[in-house]
Design a binder for this molecule. Structure first.
Ligand SMILES: Nc1ncnc2c1ncn2[C@@H]1O[C@H](COP(=O)(O)OP(=O)(O)O)[C@@H](O)[C@H]1O
Ligand SMILES: [Mg+2]
Length: 656
């Protein structure tokens, strides 16, 4: 059994050679070979440094090939031969679910077969007892005793071995399910969190629940349950009266189970809901640990968490109280059944209808018939939880937009068309953006200015597809962002968010967008493009400086500049920078201006959101946003003149 987590492969667009092998087993070696081959054969202009195409001799030629393709003016090389990303098999998440479920089914079937043998072997001890009391003790034959004992010892050992085997299989099934679905669930959750607050990430816990259930005692009870009728028939054959007693008990237990289910379900679901709320608080606490300490908010944070945890525990106690009562009644019923069987059996024995051995054997078999039912009742809640978990997993994977295949297009040139954007955030009636329409040619640069709260950040997010407009469309090279192949789009755009967050890892990894196939050359290129190489060189460990989750040891401005390099990584054609100079000093400002100039030379379309006038010198056009609508849009000088005129008018009005 191999355990590996990788789903992104399907999302990746393979830029060199043939379509990439999909799935967890996709061998890097293969892709590398393909890359080297194409490069050696002087194939069509490869895209800049795909690390998989880099090693050995193939690397150099691939790079130089790319240099002509993308370095010297995008225009000419592209006009001759557009660079196509290869179409890849889509990461079919619902397929992953199907595979996972099929694997579980298959294994459960095998386990069920083992269970069948085990349950037959279980009968060996009652049969032994029966034989001893009714044959051996009456005939006093030692030979028979020895032979019988030998057979029974064999049966018991076999039963133990089979039981171990089915547990091994179940455990592996659980692990296989977790490893098959882990990556698809995380990928789908990450995608789904685009339209929500990220609660989908909790679905990973559902997978844990499912995994736990597969190896639980309840699962064993479920597996043994189908054989209860076998035991019932055996008892019936010993004496119909005893069979009826056990049959009646089964019915009583089922009724108790249904009632138990009814009276506990609400409390259990309350408990779970509150538990998830408490988990959200915990999550927020861990993210804001510095603020919590600085502002001495620990008591409040603990109180918030404690309130939900207490509610969850209270609900659990009431649910478990009921559960315990049901379980006790069940147990009493089961013990009373044994008493009834022994009592009535003895009566029948006195009547001469049964032997003593038969009575005891029937009692043992009866216990065995009822125990899975009892187990199932006790674990019913766990079963329900797991069923709900499965429901959530299945909905997430089946409804994920990642399932739909998108045509992989040529590398975009960077033309941007924004059409009648309207944005009303979900669950609100506030119009944040209204009828925003403008266009940029490839290589244009635009500054978006406006008051705080005007909607600049929201517009920026929309331009890179990190939030979706309520209506209207953002098009890159004519294609709506929603219809781009997600991975291809991401590789070809850059984004510097307003509140920069770096991933825990080295600066190198952060600039390379955590991609394993990011080559040193690409990272250096991005750093140069963003003009941060000098700053990184001054750090003690340079590109290998390790950044913590909170950005330490970098300052706010340094973080912002690293994120700028990240935005320029991979030679994107369209970059959005949200207040890229908010934390920068004059040096940083100058570096940013140089970065804008580099971008201009490379023909990258840049949209910079800013509050500072210094950045306006570097752009071709300016868009003034006021209350979510465009109040001005045009060439830099025209807009600046208009703004200056307005200022003058206002000054005159105030004086007058
Ligand atoms: N998801 C949302 N729900 C409600 N209001 C929002 C949401 N996103 C943004 N807004 C509102 O939109 C306005 C613009 O926000 P933003 O784009 O961050 O402004 P800017 O970056 O121009 O300062 C703000 O008043 C903000 O409250
Ligand atoms: Mg903003």
């Amino acid at each position: 059994m191999t355990i590996s987590y990788d789903v992104a492969d399907g999302q990746r667009t393979n830029r060199a050679g043939e379509p990439q092998v999909l799935g967890p087993d996709a061998k890097k070696g293969d892709a590398r070979l393909v890359g080297a081959k194409t490069a050696a054969a002087g194939g069509p202009a490869l895209n800049a440094g795909d690390a998989r195409a880099k090693p050995a001799d193939g690397g150099k030629s691939a790079r130089t090939g790319a240099g002509t393709g993308t370095g010297t003016g995008t225009g000419k090389a592209k006009a001759e031969k557009p660079e196509f990303h290869q179409r890849t098999t889509p990461p079919d998440l619902s397929k992953a679910l199907e595979n996972g479920v099929a694997a579980v089914r298959r294994n459960l079937l095998i386990v069920l077969m083992f269970s069948c043998v085990i349950n037959v072997l279980v009968l060996s001890i009652p049969v032994y007892l029966f034989q001893i009391s009714d044959r051996v003790l009456t005939s006093r034959s030692l030979d028979t005793l020895v032979m019988l004992t030998g057979v029974i010892v064999g049966a018991v050992l076999l039963q133990a071995a089979f039981d171990a085997i089915r547990r091994f299989i179940l455990m592996r099934t659980a692990v296989e399910l977790a490893s098959q679905l882990g990556s698809p669930i995380l990928a789908a959750a990450a995608r789904a969190s685009l339209n929500s607050n990220g609660k989908e990430y909790q679905i990973l816990n559902d997978l844990q629940q499912l995994r736990g259930f597969l190896v639980s005692g309840t699962m064993m009870a479920f597996l043994d349950g189908p054989f209860a009728p076998l035991f019932l028939v055996a008892i019936y054959l010993i004496h119909p009266h005893l069979g009826m007693i056990v049959g009646g008990t089964c019915l009583i237990l089922l009724v108790i189970a249904v009632i138990n289910q009814k009276i506990t379900s609400r409390h259990f679901s309350d408990a779970n809901q509150n538990q998830s709320k408490a988990n959200l608080h915990l999550d927020a606490m861990s993210r804001n640990s510095q603020i919590i300490n600085a502002l001495a908010m620990i008591p409040e944070a603990v109180h918030l968490w404690g309130r939900d945890t207490a509610a969850s525990l209270r609900a659990q106690v009431s649910a478990q109280d009921r559960n315990i009562v049901s379980a006790s009644i069940t147990k009493a019923v089961r013990l009373l059944t044994q008493v009834a069987m022994l009592g009535w059996g003895s009566f029948l024995a006195i009547q001469g209808e049964l032997t003593g051995g038969m009575v005891i054997a029937a009692s043992i078999i009866g216990g065995r018939a009822l125990s899975p039912i009892e187990g199932a009742i006790e674990g019913w809640n766990q079963y329900l939880l797991s069923r709900n978990s499965y429901g959530r997993i299945s909905t997430l994977l089946k409804s994920s937009p990642l399932n739909s295949e998108r045509l992989v297009l040529p590398k975009p040139q960077g033309r941007l068309d924004v059409e009648r954007l309207l944005y009303v955030p979900q669950g609100t009636k506030r119009v944040v953006l209204n009828s925003i329409t403008f266009s940029l040619k490839a290589g244009d640069s635009l500054a978006i200015i406006g008051n705080s709260g005007a909607g600049k950040t929201t517009l920026g997010k929309m331009l890179v597809g990190s939030i979706l407009p309520t209506s209207g469309a953002v098009r890159l090279d004519l294609m709506d962002l929603r219809n781009w192949n997600q991975r291809q789009l991401g590789e070809n755009i850059g984004y510097l968010p307003q509140d920069v967050q770096l991933f825990p890892g080295t600066i190198k990894q952060n600039i390379g967008r955590m991609r394993e196939d990011a080559s040193d050359e690409q990272i250096y290129e991005a750093a140069c493009l963003a003009d941060v190489h000098a700053m990184i060189s001054e750090l003690a460990h340079g590109y290998e400086t390790v950044v913590a989750a909170d950005g330490a040891p970098l300052s706010g401005g340094q973080k912002q500049r690293i994120a700028l390099a990240r935005a320029f990584f991979g030679n994107p054609r369209f970059v959005v920078l949200d207040e890229p100079n908010s934390n920068l000093d004059t040096n940083g400002d100058e570096a940013l201006a140089r970065a804008m100039a580099h971008a201009k030379a490379e023909g990258i379309t840049v949209v910079a959101i800013t509050q500072k006038p210094s950045l306006l010198k570097c752009v071709d056009r300016i868009l003034v946003l006021a209350d979510g609508s465009i109040s001005m849009f045009g060439f830099r000088n025209e807009v600046l003149e208009l703004l200056a005129d307005r200022k003058k008018q206002r000054a005159v009005q105030q004086q007058g």
